[in-house]
Design a protein around this ligand. Structure first.
Ligand code: ADP
Length: 396
């Protein structure tokens, strides 16, 4: 029997949804409402009875979810006709309170509200999605699945920043890590590809989408991850800088009179591939690089060099590595990134096979006899959210 979960990912001006069978991972319908609150919003819905693609004003998240419910009626499947067991909500920041997904109640909403200072862009939108969905779908259980939860297993020496203890105690300054739902899903899939139990394998998982993060996974648990207090730290991303000297903030304040907010915004929205090459989309960077654009060439080199440094660092953290796993848009599709990031690491037992890397249709990009496998695994955060929501219900 199928067990459908309506998975909701609410952003500040968007609402992404999908109706997923937690058992098979199959999506019965998917949809996205974008530019909520603007003059013309955009709504796409893919259902069994057809697709919708409309531009019309959608005032707020409540109107967006109402539009989604109407699209389910028109293009299927009608929500009343499907056996929906839960609504699963993606929540970005669970702080150190949430090491696992949890049933939504008023206490959870209060706790996630308290975490808003740690994720001022994301948690308010996620809360809005939860509140609207609880109003419109009051008879279903709602489950919050946190991006940070998978990384709550980091040991103190990995999550602690060497800063004054008052910062840590009063403001919760520490590494939390993100993309946990994806890292957890991909680790499970990688173990399956290796034909081993996830508890027996050590993995370096590289999630390379618009946001990018690396995680060291020992026996199925996260022991270190590259994103920190916020998703800014670590790898080079589409528009985020990743690691840099923390003194840059103060330096820019002194020499350019830039406020903390201005520098923060630039590091989050104007940096990364965009800051280096002018384009944040990896495919565009590749096109420019192929056309001989020097800035795009440097962007590619900086991006891959940072990846290589994390592979080396997490190799040392884990001691023994069974596989390096690439996922998300760039990780799955950019063979040149995989080759460049792992180039010259044969001494560590990492042997990329150029032919398999170019078309890793069975998931393997390494040579048959490579001691460390190189895997390419599609992520599926919606399925993982659906599965975790069902697990929470089962444990009640
Ligand atoms: P998100 O993080 O928003 O979920 P994705 O995982 O879809 O995003 O990743 C988006 C990134 O993947 C973009 O930079 C895009 O250019 C890149 N990407 C998608 N397809 C390809 C491809 N075929 N080759 C190289 N990069 C790709």
């Amino acid at each position: 029997m199928s067990e459908h979960v309506l998975v909701i990912n609410a952003g500040s001006s968007s609402l992404k949804y999908s109706l997923v069978d937690a058992k098979s991972g199959e999506a019965a319908a998917t949809g996205l409402v974008e530019r909520i609150g603007e003059d013309q919003s955009h709504h796409v819905h893919h259902g069994p009875h057809g697709d919708a693609d409309d531009d019309h004003p959608v005032a707020d998240h409540e109107a967006a979810l109402e539009a989604a419910v109407r699209a389910f009626e028109t293009h299927g499947p009608a929500l009343g006709d499907v056996d929906i067991v839960a609504v699963g909500h993606r929540v970005v920041h669970g702080g150190d309170q949430f090491a696992a997904p949890a049933l939504v109640d008023d206490d959870l909403i209060a706790a996630v509200t308290d975490l808003v200072p740690l994720a001022p862009l994301h948690n308010p939108a996620n809360l809005e999605g939860i509140e609207v969905a609880r109003r419109l779908l009051p008879d279903l259980p709602h489950v919050a699945v946190f991006d940070t939860a998978f990384h709550q297993t980091l040991p103190p020496y990995a999550y602690t920043y060497a800063v004054p203890s008052a910062w840590r105690e009063e403001y919760g300054i520490r590494r939390y890590g993100f993309h946990g739902t994806s890292h957890s899903f991909v680790a499970g899939q990688a173990a399956r590809l290796l034909g081993r139990d996830v508890r027996d394998v050590n993995l370096i998982v590289l999630h390379l989408g618009n946001g990018c993060s690396a995680t060291a996974v020992r026996g199925g648990t996260s022991v270190d991850t590259s994103m920190g207090l916020t998703p800014l730290e670590g790898l080079v991303m589409g528009t985020r800088s990743g690691d840099l000297d923390p003194a840059i903030h103060g330096h820019l304040a002194r020499v350019a009179g830039r406020s903390a907010e201005e520098t923060d915004r630039a590091l989050n929205s104007e940096s990364g591939l965009k800051g280096l090459s002018g384009a944040n989309d990896f495919r565009e960077v590749s096109r420019r690089r192929a056309a001989g654009d020097e800035r795009a060439r440097l962007a590619f080199d900086v991006y891959c060099y940072r990846l290589k440094k994390y592979v080396g660092a997490y190799y040392a953290v884990l001691g023994r590595v069974d596989a390096i796993v690439f996922t998300a848009g760039v990780g799955q599709h950019a063979a040149d990134v995989r080759a460049a990031a792992l180039h010259g690491l044969e001494g560590l037992g990492i042997h990329v096979d150029p032919v398999r890397n170019a078309d890793p249709d069975d998931g393997f990009a390494s040579t048959e006899d490579s001691p460390v496998a190189v895997l390419v695994v599609p992520t599926n955060e919606e399925w993982e959210i659906a599965r975790q929501a069902v697990e929470v219900l089962a444990s009640r």
